[in-house]
Each structure stands twice: as C-alpha cells, then as structure tokens.
Design a protein around this ligand. Structure first.
Ligand SMILES: Nc1ncnc2c1ncn2[C@@H]1O[C@H](COP(=O)(O)OP(=O)(O)O)[C@@H](O)[C@H]1O
Ligand SMILES: Cc1cn([C@H]2C[C@H](O)[C@@H](COP(=O)(O)OP(=O)(O)O)O2)c(=O)[nH]c1=O
Length: 215
C-alpha cells in the first residue's frame, strides 16, 4: 500500500514545480510514483465547469462558495478509483492539491477560519460522504501571498494556457487563504502536515527521503 502525499499552497506557490522535483527525487530513490493534479481540467466535466465558473461563465455559479466547492469535490470523487489504484500499485501517490484546497479557499472566501463551519462541511462531504482517502502527509508549500502573486503574474504572462482566474486575481482572498492553510497545518487537519519554505530552493532529495522513511 502506497503513501498518499499531498502538496498544498497558494496559487503560484510552486506546487507544480515541487511535484515534478519530488517525483524525480523519489524515482532516484527507486520508488514508484503516481501523480494527479486537481482540478483535473480537460479530464472531468466537473473540473471544466469549475474553470468556466472561475472565468465568469454560467451566470452566478462562481459566486457560490458551496456550489463551486461541490464541483471540486465531485471532480475528486470521480478520481477516487484512480487514487486507490495508485495506492495499490505505487509506493507514493503524489497529489497537486486535494481536499484541503477546498477547505482553505472556501473558508477564506467566507471569511471563516479553520475551526469554522465550512471546513467541517468539506471534511464531512469529501471524506465522510464521498469516501475519499485521507492523506498520509500534507506538505504546505509556504510562500508569502506577495511572492505567490508575483509568480502567478509572471506565469500568466509567459504561459498562454494559464491566464489568471478570479481567485488568483483576488489578493485579499489569497492573504486570508494563506492564514487558513497555516491553521490547517497547525491543527494537523486530516493528517500530519510538513511546512516547506517555498521561497528558498527545496532540498527535494531530503524531502523525498523523509516521505518514504517517516519518523
Ligand atoms: N522555488 C521557486 N523559486 C522561484 N520561482 C519558482 C519556484 N518554484 C516555482 N517557481 C516559478 O513560479 C511560477 C509558479 O510555479 P508553479 O509550480 O506553476 O506554481 P503552482 O503550481 O503552485 O501554481 C512558475 O513560473 C515557476 O517557474
Ligand atoms: C482543487 C481545488 C482548487 N481550488 C482553487 C484553488 C485555485 O485558486 C483554483 C484553481 O486551481 P489551480 O490548481 O490553481 O489550477 P491552475 O493552476 O491550473 O489554474 O481553484 C479550490 O478552491 N478547491 C479545490 O478543491
């Protein structure tokens, strides 16, 4: 049975970059890795609706915090069998965003903290009702909201397929979201969390080792 490892953090924190680096470092240790990134744009109708909602299609869909969160959750529900298969066949299943993204962004949108109703609801729906597996470890790739915004801005300019969406364009939301992420990590929400400083280069070899040989 493999370990379910999740990378979380703000838009532009460097999750995709770290996912690639960690995958390589785990391969160097002789480990097999399955990766998945949420939302699964282009693969799931729920994820595509999310993207369209984030770009202000479908009327007031994007305004509904619970409606958007349900679409993100349904995208993951549709991937549950893939995750279980990955856990059965690989040493590590590495996820770029998972349930905690829903908790952090939704709570931030509602001006709640990690002890609020929304975070409880996300857990109840996704873990309780949909039966998604709880992570073994969550990595919070922590950068200041300013650094994340600057990177997301640069990426939006240089990568044609990644224009900023309505969450990325909302600086105050990102600041509140960073705070909820810190609280989720402090409270060991769903699993132990490991905070990774995303402003300096990450020692992916050491991180990979700590993931496959936990204390
Ligand atoms: N440690 C880092 N230092 C400087 N720039 C980085 C670092 N990690 C990622 N970046 C750059 O920041 C931008 C966002 O990174 P990305 O991995 O796409 O973030 P995310 O998946 O969290 O949105 C990209 O242009 C990437 O090259
Ligand atoms: C996976 C997920 C993402 N989000 C948010 C975080 C991001 O602001 C936004 C889009 O996800 P993101 O990973 O940033 O996609 P991309 O980098 O390809 O644009 O959705 C949630 O609110 N809940 C979730 O469950």
């Amino acid at each position: 049975m493999g370990r379910l490892v999740v990378i979380e953090g703000l838009d532009g924190a460097g999750k995709r970059t770290l996912t690639e680096g960690l995958t390589k470092a785990l391969h160097d240790l002789g480990k097999t890795v399955s990766t998945l990134a949420f939302p699964r744009y282009g693969e799931s109708v729920h994820a595509d609706l999310v993207r369209e909602g984030l770009h202000r299609e479908h009327g007031d869909l994007g305004d509904s915090v619970y409606g958007m969160a349900l679409l993100y959750a349904l995208d993951r529900r549709g991937a549950a069998a893939d995750i279980q298969r990955g856990l059965a066949t690989s040493d590590v299943v590495l996820l770029d965003r998972y349930v905690a993204s829903n908790a952090a962004y939704g709570a931030a949108r509602l001006h709640q903290d990690a002890d609020g109703e929304f975070v409880r609801w996300v857990r109840e729906i996704e873990i309780g009702r949909f039966g998604l597996p709880s992570p073994d470890t969550q990595l919070l790739l922590r950068v200041s909201p300013e650094v994340a915004a600057e990177r997301a801005e640069r990426r939006a300019r240089t990568e044609a397929d990644r224009p900023k969406d309505s969450f990325e364009a909302d600086d105050d939301l990102q600041v509140r979201c960073a705070r909820v992420y810190d609280q989720l990590a402090e409270r060991s929400w769903l699993s132990p969390w490991h905070v990774v400083d995303g402003t300096t280069g990450t020692d992916t070899a050491a991180l990979a080792l700590s993931l496959v040989h936990p204390e």
